[in-house]
Design a protein around this ligand. Structure first.
Ligand code: UDX
Ligand code: ADP
Length: 458
């Protein structure tokens, strides 16, 4: 029985995963390891480096009992039988594979740390999203750098958690994939991981397969999800230019039991750290396998996403009499979705930069995103960030004297703002651009707003 687990990478994936394992397996010691001393210090002090509902409570329950945070990577590796790799795998920003392939240096450095520290056999679990064949590459690095006679088995066990619902996704997963070698040693390792999940996951939800299948399933799942969003967003463009209403069409499509209504909400475009990166990665794999048509098929999902975001920004400019120069626009929401403080690849970044290119003044309010994060995200896309962007901590102050409201993130609190009171403080005509289709448009029109909503012909 496994009694000690280490996790390399104490981030969005690593810490929720470690916490849920620690909660359900009190006999197993779980140690989250990271090279980032500040991060580990914060975890130990109970300071959350990012917001994730339920995580703080879970850590409080387990920390110091069977959940630990440490920068002593060597010691953590040495005592663990099972090691999770939860490091980041961003899109490469340089050299071969730039803009498409994954930057594998963090995975490789984790593998090298394991090789140099290991004194006994280890089961290595790939949890980060990785290119196909990474399990083989890790094994190669381990064999070439470790002490003799140490056995390593590499399993692929991809994480399917979504930010904002990570704890729920881990507690009640739709499925758990365990990919690994179908050899006696491989099957034994798969069995050990299976036994850990069995503490809280129904057995029929744990699916065994080979590592390639598991790695590809992860990439393909994210590509399919992103494709659904791009598909409904493409339909939203048709709706705005015809008499159709995207929410009615969503129901018309989704009630077909083969399709379903989940994950079909139109938006200003998907964001987050995974979708773009994983589709670029999938396309990169296709090109390297000479499957050009397949690569282009998936890249179209990204093109549609960029188009949707640009289309929303253009609609704002066109409706505001083709110029937003010197006009104040209140941006409601900067995170890539509600329930998180994460702004990575958020559509709000690109919308802000399109509006800044037209010299709009932006008043940004988000319930969770920090001011410095918002400004640094926009600075990467626009030189005008420091001159034309103000970040507020109160939505009413943010929208005061604005010419328009652009709702970019579907935070629940935006539904219950006092839009009548806001209207009185705004310049006229006052516009609302609902990029998430969550507001009561009829009510807004009655107040006196000029309303535009994604996928509606208003
Ligand atoms: C995603 C996958 O859901 C998860 O399984 C994987 O492990 C990591 O990537 P995450 O990026 O946290 O999770 O967020 P998700 O809830 O999937 O949303 C991604 C983006 O799509 C968000 O910007 C969201 O607003 C957008 N979206 C989602 C829509 O626009 N419409 C929808 O119907 C659903
Ligand atoms: P993810 O969303 O994939 O979890 P994060 O950036 O939130 O990504 O977390 C990844 C963590 O992995 C970071 O805290 C980073 O410092 C850590 N990390 C990266 N490389 C290593 C390594 N070789 N050893 C230990 N920690 C690492």
């Amino acid at each position: 029985m496994v009694t000690d687990i280490a996790c390399i990478g104490a981030g969005y994936v690593g810490v929720p995963t470690c916490s849920v394992i620690a909660k359900h397996c009190p006999d197993i010691t779980v140690t989250a390891l990271d090279i980032d001393e500040e991060r580990i210090k914060n975890w130990n002090a109970g300071i959350m480096p990012f917001y994730e509902p339920g995580l703080k409570e879970l850590i409080t329950e387990c920390k110091g009992k069977n959940l630990f945070f440490s920068t002593d990577i060597r010691a953590g590796i040495q005592k663990a039988e099972l090691i999770l790799i939860c490091v980041n795998t961003p899109t490469r920003e340089y050299g071969l594979g730039k803009g498409g392939g994954s930057d594998m240096r963090y995975i490789e450095s984790a593998a090298r740390s394991i090789a140099s520290a290991a004194e006994s056999n280890k089961i290595i679990i790939e949890k980060s999203t990785v290119p196909l064949g990474t399990a083989d590459h890790i094994l190669h690095i381990l064999k070439a750098n470790s002490k003799p006679n140490i056995e390593f088995i590499i399993l692929s066990n991809p994480e399917f958690l979504s930010e904002g619902t990570a704890i729920h996704n881990l507690e009640k997963p739709d499925r758990v994939l365990i990919g690994g070698p179908q050899t006696p040693g491989g099957l034994e390792a798969i069995g050990k991981l299976y036994n850990i999940y069995k503490h809280w996951v129904p057995e029929d939800r744990i699916i065994g397969m080979n590592a390639f299948s598991s790695e590809l399933s992860k990439l393909a799942t994210n590509a399919f999800l992103a494709q659904r969003v791009s598909s409904i967003n493409s339909i939203s463009a048709i709706c705005e230019n015809s008499g159709a209403d995207v929410i009615e069409v969503l129901l018309g499509i989704g009630t077909d039991s083969r399709i379903g209504t989940k994950y079909l909400m139109p938006s200003i475009g998907f964001g987050g750290s995974c979708f773009k990166k994983d589709i670029l990665n999938l396309a990169y794999i296709c090109y390297s396998l000479n499957l050009t048509e397949v690569a282009e098929y998936w890249l179209q999902v990204l093109k549609m996403n960029e188009y949707q975001c640009k289309r929303f920004a253009s609609s704002i400019i066109e409706r505001m009499f083709s110029s937003v120069a010197g006009k104040s626009i209140g941006i409601l929401g900067f995170t890539f979705k509600k329930g998180t403080s994460d702004t990575r690849e958020s559509a709000s970044i690109y919308i802000s930069s399109y509006l800044l290119a037209d010299h709009a003044l932006l008043h940004i309010y988000d319930p969770r995103a920090e001011e410095e994060r918002i400004l640094s995200d926009i600075r990467k896309e626009s030189e005008l960030a420091d001159e034309l962007v103000s970040v507020y901590t109160d939505p009413y102050l943010a929208l005061k004297n604005c010419h328009a409201i652009a709702l970019c993130t579907e935070w629940d609190e935006f539904k219950s703002l006092d839009y009548k009171r806001i209207f009185e403080t705004m310049r006229k005509p006052a516009f609302v651009f609902d990029g998430r289709n969550i507001l009561d448009h009829k009510n807004l029109e009655e107040i006196g707003y000029q309303v535009y909503a994604i996928g509606k012909n208003l």
